[in-house]
Design a protein around this ligand. Structure first.
Ligand code: URA
Length: 268
């Protein structure tokens, strides 16, 4: 798109939306590269200091300290390991500033459902509705997920639900490999602490990340894997993401087979 001065405000907004910008986090642009690279500035006099500006919205008020992805992943591993309970893990995650996604998200979306459940489902990342409510799978795909669970006699009292990445990526884009890698220690610890009997990966990115595989979801779904939680080995299976099923309803018949396999495993 040509960003000429006579571009209408509507076209400009459409451009920003396409580029993944869907939230206003401040009145002035911030050059975060300069924040990392600039040498420490000489202290300013009171007269030189800009007047404090009120934050545009509360969750984005504190920009996270920018640290290198490797360093952030290391910090995440240490932080996740230090959690002895799910409540501690949630608190640690809410205080963790190593992932830039936190700065643009409204809330940390930790989990929903019953942490004592035998089944744990893991999706990819929160979307707009989840970001607003602070709970995973509450939007359209969440409604479909609820129907899928109901079809095999489950609901949010009998499953535990989380995501690989607990912060909504701007514009619902796919999390980058670095963002997923930084968040991975937290979801791994969450699985270990919840200690389910069966892990269900919702969609390809969740399956690839947790099951350490390269194949796409069409090839992976419906197959049983062994997943080492750190405490013990459990069974894991991948199925289509509900958002994909909303776009491709004909694939629901395969998801139905996966659901039946999960039910059978629970009953055996
Ligand atoms: N998609 C996901 O992967 N997770 C959610 O929580 C919502 C939509």
């Amino acid at each position: 798109m040509d960003l000429s001065p006579d571009l209408s405000p509507r076209d400009l907004l459409a451009f920003y939306l396409d580029a993944g910008v869907d939230a206003l986090v401040g009145e002035e642009p911030v050059d975060r590269f300069a924040a990392v690279e600039a040498p420490p500035a000489a202290p300013r006099t009171a007269a030189q200091r800009p007047a404090p500006v009120a934050p545009a919205r509360p969750a984005a008020a504190a920009a996270p300290t920018v640290i290198a992805p490797d360093e952030a992943a290391m910090a995440a591993r240490a932080a996740a390991k230090s959690a002895a309970t799910l409540d501690e893990l949630r608190a640690i995650l809410e205080g963790f500033d190593g992932c830039a996604l936190k700065a643009t998200a409204t809330r940390t979306v930790f989990a929903d459902g019953n942490p004592q459940a035998r089944v744990m489902l893991v999706g990819e990342a929160p979307g707009r509705d989840e970001d607003i409510e602070g709970l995973p799978f509450v939007g359209r795909s969440g409604k479909l997920l609820d129907q899928m669970l109901k079809a095999i006699g489950l609901d949010r009292t009998s499953v535990y639900i989380a995501n690989i990445v607990p912060w909504r990526p701007p514009g619902n884009r796919t999390p980058t490999p670095q963002e997923s890698a930084i968040c991975l220690p937290f979801i791994l610890r969450q699985i270990e602490l919840a200690d389910p009997d069966i892990l269900v990966c919702l969609g390809g990115p969740s399956a690839q990340t947790l099951l350490n595989i390269k194949d796409g979801i069409t090839k992976t779904r419906g197959k049983w894997f062994t997943f080492d939680t750190g405490k013990r080995e459990i069974r894991a299976i991948a199925t289509f993401h509900p958002a994909f099923l909303l776009r491709s309803p004909l694939q629901k018949r395969f998801a139905w087979r996966d659901l039946l396999a999960i039910k059978k495993a629970l009953d055996s």
